[in-house]
Design a protein around this ligand. Sequence first.
Ligand SMILES: O=C(O)CCC(=O)C(=O)O
Ligand SMILES: [Fe+2]
Length: 153
Amino acid sequence: MTALRYFPATEEEDNGIAPHQDGNCITFVFQDEAGGLEVCRDGVSWIPATPKPGAIVVNVGDVIQVLSNNKFKSATHRVIRPKGRSRYSYAFFYNLLGEKMVEPLLQFTEHLGELPKYRKFQYGEYMQLRMRNKSHPPENPKDVIHITHYSIN
Ligand SMILES: O=C(O)CCC(=O)C(=O)O
Ligand SMILES: [Fe+2]
């Protein structure tokens, strides 16, 4: 699955993409020289993923976070399009088939003597819940479904 985005130039400062994590496995982002993609560090500061010719931004998504039992974190990122500039980006989302079951791998749990931090779930179910977040946004933002929906406390 891929997405091609084009943000036209307007006088508005921020018509990018709100902070989010990608729900898939891994994402490759190709952005032009306009910049604007930012990654959140420690839930506090935003680090720009400054465009470099020929460079590809690789985002770890929710599935890898679960498989690795949180050893690899799904990057929180956003796009703030630079004022008055157009921006082109192309993202390749590597996805699982919806029927696939996802759970922390033994290599990141039992083999390390650690308990799984997520229960097993079907990938397609998670995709449907994420789509529902968009089609029927909950009144309270805390009810938006994230990967933590499958966390074991
Ligand atoms: O346009 C970009 O640079 C990133 C797009 C993105 O984060 C997404 O589509 O999930
Ligand atoms: Fe994203």
